[in-house]
Design a protein around this ligand. Structure first.
Ligand SMILES: Cc1ncc(COP(=O)(O)O)c(C=O)c1O
Length: 357
């Protein structure tokens, strides 16, 4: 079977060497030496000053929201994974959906201002498929209305914008290191900020909000373990190689697919891509479903990602209509993509799609 992705596993013996050290020390979690070593490596790789390695890419979004001082509304994108909306609701904020740019599929900054009210507290936008949000326009609006900007950068690891990591933009950027991501720690995530004060608060927050017998505020268990950090330490040096291999797969899809009946997002100017996903948009949902079915008959499993448009989630009350996102979410498929995907398989997938377009 060819799945939409395949987890990259590093050299087994290298991982076992780390496990042996963990066994010898019997120190498995609570900001252990490997977690700290990984944080240092991640900061260096991303060129950022402050980063907390955490349990997953969802808890880090919740932690960012916890730092907001007042309840209210969060302006957000309907075109993302469900975690982006869930955390807003979970933290008792009201999501206000702003439609996406029809080219980049990221939140449309031209529509943000009309959605701002006196209750707006933050903008939570997603760097969709590792594409860059219009960070300049969003920053300008946020400054004008004194709003916090949180980027869900679950897909953004390894992507650079104007020569800097995409994760270095915004008041907070989060990332997911889930096993399906191009860099992973099995489960894991990180939160990046450029303010030392926020970083220190997040550091305390992820460990229940106390240091020894001193209790500062209500925290949570957002920590990650030595076993997870070890996987990250094995994978981190391989990221550039993995991105290059993914690029070769993406370039081949782009060359082989028949673009007269397909479209794809436009990548932001100034973006150095990470090739995290290969989304294609069909002319209709019917066409997309028919081709998904054909691929399935050949044991090829693409993913409807993102579907549904998040403003259509059944547990929302009175969400805003978002016609662009609703339309794309019905027609998009992410094709199989991973560093080890054989080029013959890419050819087979592209041929099957072209034959049935
Ligand atoms: C855009 C986006 N945000 C958040 C998450 C949640 O990350 P995690 O699975 O690490 O909790 C994901 C996971 O795929 C995602 O794609």
């Amino acid at each position: 079977m060819i799945n939409v992705t395949k987890t990259y596993l590093p050299d087994f013996d290298q991982y076992v060497d780390y496990l042996r050290k963990i066994w010898e020390s019997a120190y498995l979690t609570n900001n252990g030496p490997l977690a700290q070593q990984l944080e240092e490596g991640l900061k260096e790789f991303l060129g950022v000053s402050y980063l907390n390695f955490c349990g997953n890419g969802t808890i880090v979004l919740q932690m960012a929201l916890k730092l907001l001082s007042e309840p209210g509304e969060i302006i957000t994108t309907p075109f993302s994974y469900v975690a982006t909306t869930n955390v807003i609701l979970w933290e008792n904020y009201q999501p206000v959906f702003v439609d996406i740019d029809p080219k980049t599929y990221c939140i449309n900054p031209a529509l943000i201002e009309t959605a701002i009210t006196e209750n707006t507290r933050a903008i939570m936008a997603t760097h969709v498929y590792g594409n860059a949000c219009d960070v300049e326009a969003i920053e300008k609006i946020a400054k004008k209305y004194n709003l916090v900007v949180i980027y869900d950068g679950a897909h953004a690891f390894g992507a650079n914008y104007l020569g800097k990591s995409l994760l270095s933009y915004g008041d907070f950027a989060t990332c997911s290191f889930h096993a399906t991501k191009l860099f992973h720690t099995i489960e894991g995530g990180a939160i990046i900020t450029n303010k030392k004060e926020w970083h220190e608060k997040l550091h305390l927050m992820r460990a229940f909000g106390h240091r020894g017998d001193d209790y500062f505020f209500m925290g949570i268990n957002g920590k990650n373990s030595e076993v997870h950090a070890a996987m990250g330490l094995c994978n981190l040096p391989l990221v550039s190689k993995l991105i290059a291999a993914r690029k070769a797969v993406c370039d081949l899809y782009t060359e082989l697919l028949d673009w007269t009946h397909l479209s794809a997002p436009e990548w932001a100017g100034g973006l150095e891509r990470n090739y995290a996903y290969y989304p294609v948009v069909f002319e209709s949902e019917t066409k997309m479903l028919a081709i998904k079915e054909v691929l399935g008959q050949h044991d090829i499993v693409p993913r409807r990602y993102f579907y549904p448009s998040l403003n259509k989630l059944p547990f929302l009350s009175n969400p805003e209509p978002c016609p662009v996102s609703e339309d794309i979410s019905l027609k998009v498929l992410c094709l199989p993509l991973h560093a080890e995907l054989a080029h013959e398989d890419v050819e087979r997938i592209a041929t099957l799609i072209n034959q049935h377009l």
